[in-house]
Design a protein around this ligand. Structure first.
Ligand SMILES: CCCCCCCCCC/C=C\CCCC(=O)SCCNC(=O)CCNC(=O)[C@H](O)C(C)(C)COP(=O)(O)OP(=O)(O)OC[C@H]1O[C@@H](n2cnc3c(N)ncnc32)[C@H](O)[C@@H]1OP(=O)(O)O
Ligand code: FAD
Length: 675
């Protein structure tokens, strides 16, 4: 339809200008042809099922929304069982249902916590029940008074040897468990983190499996107080989740419900710690942080897909001589705001795939009792979770603005996407707190290297993602050789300046900390700088993993070439954004910074004819996108128009409240005017 300026054929035209094989790009994005096929099948299965409709979700009351979530979760499970879906298929089906709910915590945290921290015997007992949904579990760690500081949790689990039981208790208001998803209304069980006390001694935080609700009528068990903590940011959005509050009043559980893989309490009440590092208690968080990084690319690519397609449809202003209006995607400002986000979506996708590999590798090593890579796994998951979620939340909001006024409508899908996504900056570790964890590692390495710089060639070399720091002698004094804008296309030139920037920032911090009266004071004083050093290090990891991805065989005409452009855009837009870091650490000159910006402009122009095809490669159904602006067919205006009429306000022509509030007001004003 061409009525009123809406031109769906516009997207067909955009697709025709693509200079690469979109199917090949789908494979590069998904990771394999098999992954494309399964994702496509599950997405279509969900999209074609009326139970999974979500177009009126933002108009539901909290109670209706929660009930709708229960219905969808139960229906999804029914389909998973009926169709005998594999674990991979079931996870994808749940992803495409796209409604946060208790199942996310059941599969995402309760089951992994038992797998990671339970003994074989405990796994045999609890996992089959969890796998069949005979019990529903959540992850109850955070308390009203303590979230980031896990060591500060107050809930107690005191061993009573006379009964061979633990007594779970919430001694203060601030010890109430507060936030756990699925806890408020749905869960029957929880893995509860509490201070273990035995023989009068406090042994710190440990995990316990606790039944909360009756399996007959779902009522809370004696001594257990449970509820939902209340409405959250945005309409629809994360309000489908029953984040909950939990208090214990001397609730007894059998001793064997303490998760005992890391440490045990004997029948007599003796505390025994096995030879595994204590930090494995945090293993579930490492697992989830890794999945959150992979999810960042999904959320970001959805927002970018909407903004790119709509920008190709939307037209504003004509040429001076009254010619047709211009697609807003042709404006250089729109491109310079949007294409770095498109490039970031691909960058996060590839770093997410790498992180999954790292996590699997570390897990295998842990099983073989090799704990050497645990700090690397912690620093990478914490840092990448922090940087990718913060950037993604900002990017979704930027995409909303890129869609102008219509982006602010719920029907654009962007307000809800933002509201669902933005707590990722807080949950599973506040992003600042997590970056500080990374900076501790960087500071230690930088301090060590500064001390041993003379013997660094013979000394113990840093490995993994901090290996570059071992190249300290070169990186502290190197000068970029870039002389033309095109020189910045060389991945080695990019890598060198990102490494030098990250290392110099870490070393500067370490030098300044060493001048402070104590390391603790120095660390506190310098913490804003340490955060920036950690960000520089994490951005280096993302850039490096993108470059490494391009060294792989990537089939499909033109696919690798497009990815090379996106990789350059990703790195150079960061260089442009953080120019102050690169200049102040002396890694590049002002002229080299200007050359990078010059190249960026050229790259945007090269991406422009491919932009729509690059978002098509994400392979999202209209159902999953949930946006009238991002429709595959580009038929935006009729859809926007139709969507408006679905609003409950439009159910009557004259609004409710007219008789009580509008009519008397209007009549009164009329009378006054006649006086
Ligand atoms: C089906 C598949 C789908 C899966 C997807 C599911 C996703 C579902 C999404 C649902 C949505 C939301 C879920 C949200 C759930 C939550 O939010 S759960 C609660 C999360 N809470 C936190 O993240 C708390 C953050 N705080 C911490 O992690 C720690 O307290 C902190 C690391 C900040 C500090 O730890 P401390 O022990 O107090 O202190 P330190 O002295 O700093 O550390 C001691 C040493 O331990 C090392 N360390 C710390 N953490 C880890 C870790 N995770 N792994 C390994 N090592 C760790 C640290 O480096 C220190 O080491 P050192 O002594 O220096 O060598
Ligand atoms: C939607 C949602 C779902 C959640 N789901 C769960 C769940 O299923 N299970 C569960 O157990 N928990 C859950 N949580 C809780 C979540 O893990 C915590 O909110 C999170 O870990 C942050 O802790 P906090 O709330 O104590 O923040 P705080 O630590 O109080 O943060 C407040 C401010 O202080 C700053 N700050 C804190 N410490 C430091 C420091 N050392 N240095 C500098 N600045 C600092 C932070 O950066 C932040 O700006 C959920 C939270 C949300 C929002």
């Amino acid at each position: 339809m061409a009525d009123g300026g809406g031109e769906p054929d516009q997207l067909a035209g955009e697709r025709a200008t693509a200079q690469f094989d979109v199917d090949g790009m789908k494979v590069a994005w998904a990771g394999s042809r098999h992954a494309v096929e399964v994702a496509d099948r599950m997405a279509r299965l969900v999209a074609s099922d009326p139970v999974f409709r979500k177009d009126t979700r933002t108009m539901l009351s909290r109670k209706e929304l929660f009930k709708d979530t229960l219905k969808k979760a139960a229906h999804a499970w029914k389909r998973i069982v009926e169709l005998r879906l594999t674990e991979e298929e079931a996870n994808l089906l749940r992803l495409y249902v796209d409604q946060p709910g208790y199942v996310d915590l059941h599969w995402g945290m309760f089951v992994p916590a038992i797998k990671g921290q339970g003994t074989e015997e405990q796994q045999k007992k609890w996992l089959p029940m969890a796998y069949k949904f005979q019990i529903i579990g959540c992850y109850a760690q955070t308390e009203l008074g303590h979230g980031s500081n896990v060591q500060g949790l107050e809930t107690t689990a005191t061993f009573d040897p006379s009964a061979d039981e633990f007594v779970m208790h919430s001694p203060t208001l601030t010890s109430s468990k507060w936030w756990p998803g699925g806890l408020g209304k749905a869960s029957t069980h929880a893995v509860v983190y509490a201070r273990l006390i035995t023989e009068g001694k406090d042994y710190g935080i440990h995990g316990f499996i606790v039944q909360l609700r009756s399996l007959d009528d779902h009522s809370p068990l004696p001594g257990v107080t449970l509820g939902d903590i209340g409405g959250k940011f945005g309409s629809g959005a994360y309000n489908s989740m029953d984040n909950g509050v939990l208090r214990f009043d001397h609730v007894r559980i059998p001793r064997d419900q303490m998760l005992m893989r890391l440490s045990q309490v004997t029948r007599e009440g003796k505390y025994v710690h096995s030879d595994v590092p204590k930090q494995l208690l945090y293993g579930t968080m490492v697992y989830v942080r890794q999945t959150i990084v992979a999810d960042a690319s999904k959320a970001l690519s959805r927002a970018v897909c909407i903004a790119v397609r709509y920008s190709a449809i939307r037209k504003q202003f004509g040429s001076q001589d009254g010619g047709p209006e211009t697609q807003v995607l042709n404006y250089k400002t729109q491109q310079s705001r949007l294409f770095p986000l498109l490039a970031s979506a691909y960058a996060y996708r590839f770093v997410g795939q790498w992180l999954k590999w790292l996590y699997t590798d570390v897990t295998q090593k842990l099983e073989a009792k090799d704990y050497s890579t645990l700090p690397e796994a912690h620093a990478c998951t914490a840092g990448l979770k922090s940087v990718t979620t913060s950037a993604t939340a900002d990017a979704i909001e930027e995409c909303r603005k890129l869609c102008g006024g219509h982006g602010y409508l719920n029907s654009s899908g962007l307000p809800e996407l933002f509201a669902v996504y933005v707590p990722a900056c807080t949950y599973e570790g506040d992003n600042v707190v997590l970056l500080l964890q990374v900076s501790v590692v960087l500071h230690l390495v930088a301090r060590f290297l500064m001390k041993t710089v003379a013997q660094v060639a013979t000394g113990k070399q840093p490995v993994g993602t901090i290996a570059y720091m071992g190249n300290i002698q070169h990186l502290m004094q190197c000068k970029s050789a870039v002389n033309t804008a095109e020189d910045w296309l060389n991945p080695a030139a990019i890598k060198e300046v990102f490494e030098a920037r990250a290392l110099r920032m870490a070393v500067n911090c370490a030098q300044n900390i060493s001048k402070a009266p104590s390391q603790e004071e120095g660390f506190s004083e310098l913490s804003p700088d340490l955060l920036e050093a950690a960000v520089a290090h994490v951005q280096l990891i993302i850039v490096t993993k993108f470059i490494e991805k391009l060294q792989e065989d990537i089939p499909g005409p033109g696919v690798k070439e497009q990815l090379q452009k996106l990789c350059s855009i990703y790195a150079l837009h960061l260089l442009h954004k953080h120019l102050g870091d690169f200049l102040s650490t002396g890694c590049i000159t002002a002229r080299q910074g200007a050359l990078a910006n010059e190249l960026l402009g050229k790259l945007y122009a090269q991406v422009r004819p491919n932009a729509v095809a690059l978002v098509d490669a994400f392979d999202y159904t209209d159902h999953y996108l949930g946006s009238v602006l991002g429709r595959y067919d580009g038929d935006v205006y009729p859809a926007l128009y139709e969507e408006a009429w679905k609003d409950p306000l439009n159910e009557t022509v004259v609004p409710d409240g007219y008789q009580e509030h509008l009519r008397p007001l209007l009549k009164q004003q009329l009378k006054l005017s006649r006086l």
